[in-house]
Design a protein around this ligand. Structure first.
Ligand code: HAX
Length: 438
């Protein structure tokens, strides 16, 4: 298998590199922790390591050293496609090199050879109440797939520590191959007759998802490629990545770990912001029966803040500028459907909300993040987020399909480098008060 061979070729050198660093510099200080940081969600404490991506507060994410624009420009594309293959992105995240088209297609084949969701996973989803949030179903389905984990099976037999990464890679490929099928099935249960989607192996992973969603607009596979690439990884400290890593550090397999990570992604301050963002846009649109004027939009934004709510899709714990993942989506909408009213509204919000947030003076970052606009693009293609029970959270499932690529790539490397059980230390308030008096 191409990924296993490439990883096997580079893992020994990485192990040596980390060993040398630890031997020569184990006690070098990289950061100091203040009482403020202890009480503010460990914000910005440098205590994790990944070589897969890095978020610069101003520039945004770099995936294996490439900015979002560079990633999209350099990953291989199928002839005639506007956006690159997601398999190429997975190769880049795992291997650290820009793949050729042939290499990306080899990953596509690894995926399509693994298209098989066990029947009990569909049954688990069928048994859930129709009001179940889509993310509850998604996390549940990933957990139900755990029964097939190669890592846990091999660990129970006999597995050397130096080989932990191999079945982790196998599980990661099995999982990521099948997540589009699971996502499309959840959508069918929520919005259609609940049929089991039938993958088409002649299509790439993203176009196959578009096919299983029954969206026939020829542009939708390209939006899927864009969406699944840009949501994949955002270094290790974000809640879904960190939760996945924490769970995986106990030697739980990636099904346990990613299912847990998805529960973190489901929160309104994280991945659910894309659903909330679209609801916010639809709310303002419906209130006015049209795209509102700038003044009307500003008033609506203030009403949200005055009600003690956040404006979804704006602000970030690390970023201090417009998220480049927002910008590429804005460019996509401007290029292909600038007149779509909800997309137009999402772009107008970009002109209005940063000033409102600055005027309010609370948010450290008044600029949009990835979630401010992604829903308006899905909405254009008729992909819904709501069901009879209200917001069902399907857009966050789409985020989850993509985020699984980043967190599983990290999980393979965490096993390869034998990253240990994660166990930070807690203090009592009295201890911090004593530290403050010193
Ligand atoms: N609207 C209103 N108030 C906001 C705000 C927003 N969009 N963003 C931040 N603030 C407020 C915070 O609630 C906080 O208020 P309090 O002091 O009353 O608690 C204050 O500004 C300072 O917050 P911050 O330091 O700027 O931001 P944090 O690092 O604490 O939080 C968040 C970052 C992303 C959670 C925050 O900006 C937010 O809630 N944004 C809206 C939800 C959202 O878009 N989430 C998705 C983020 C990207 C992501 O993970 N996607 O999955």
């Amino acid at each position: 298998m191409i990924l296993e061979e490439k990883l096997a070729a580079q893992i020994p050198a990485w192990r040596e590199r980390v060993k040398n660093l630890l031997e020569s510099s184990e006690s070098v200080v990289v950061d100091q922790v203040t009482i403020g940081q202890v009480y503010s969600g460990m914000r910005n404490i440098k205590s994790l390591v990944t070589d897969i991506s890095y978020v610069d507060p101003v520039e945004g994410i770099r995936l294996r050293g490439y900015t979002i624009d560079e990633t999209l420009a350099r990953l291989p594309c199928l002839p005639g496609a506007k956006m690159p293959l997601v398999s190429g992105l997975f190769y880049l995240l795992l291997i650290g090199e820009m793949p050729t088209l042939e290499q990306a297609q080899a990953v596509e084949q690894e995926w399509s050879a693994r298209y098989r969701v066990p029947e009990h996973v569909f049954n688990v989803l069928r048994q859930m109440p129709s009001s179940a949030p889509a993310m509850t179903m998604f996390s549940q389905a990933i957990l139900a797939m755990q029964t097939d984990s190669a890592f846990t099976r091999m660990y129970n037999e006999v597995l050397q520590k130096e080989d932990y990464w191999r079945p982790t890679l196998e599980d990661s490929l099995t999982m990521t191959a099948n997540l589009p099928i699971i996502a499309a099935f959840i959508y069918n249960l929520k919005h259609k007759e609940g049929k089991v989607p039938v993958p088409d192996k002649s299509l790439d992973w993203s176009a196959n998802f578009a096919h299983m969603m029954d969206v026939h607009d020829p542009l939708y596979p390209d939006l899927c490629r864009l969406y699944f690439i840009i949501h994949s990884d955002h270094e290790s400290g974000n809640a879904s990545a960190h939760a996945t890593h924490l769970i995986g550090s106990t030697l739980s397999d990636v099904f346990y770990a990613v299912s847990g990570g998805m529960n973190a992604l489901a929160g309104p301050l994280h991945g659910r912001a894309n659903q909330e963002s679209l609801s916010w846009l639809l709310h303002v649109y419906e209130q006015h029966g049209r795209v509102p004027s700038v003044d009307e939009l500003r008033k609506f934004a203030w009403e949200t803040l005055d009600a003690g709510q956040v404006i979804p899709g704006y602000g970030h714990a690390v970023l201090r500028k417009t998220d480049p993942r927002f910008t590429v989506q804005l460019e996509f909408g401007r290029a292909y459907f600038p007149e779509d009213p909800i997309f137009k509204l999402a772009s107008m919000v970009y002109d209005v909300v940063p000033d409102v947030l600055r005027e309010q003076g609370k948010a450290k970052n008044p600029w949009p993040n990835v979630d401010a606009i992604s829903g308006s693009l899905q909405h254009h293609f008729g992909v819904q987020d709501c069901d009879a029970h209200g917001g069902c959270g399907f857009y966050t499932v789409l985020f989850g399909v993509s985020r699984a690529l980043g967190v599983t790539a990290n999980a393979v490397w965490a096993r390869a480098l034998n990253q240990p059980l994660e166990r930070p230390k807690s203090l009592t308030t009295a201890m911090l008060e004593a530290a403050a008096r010193k």
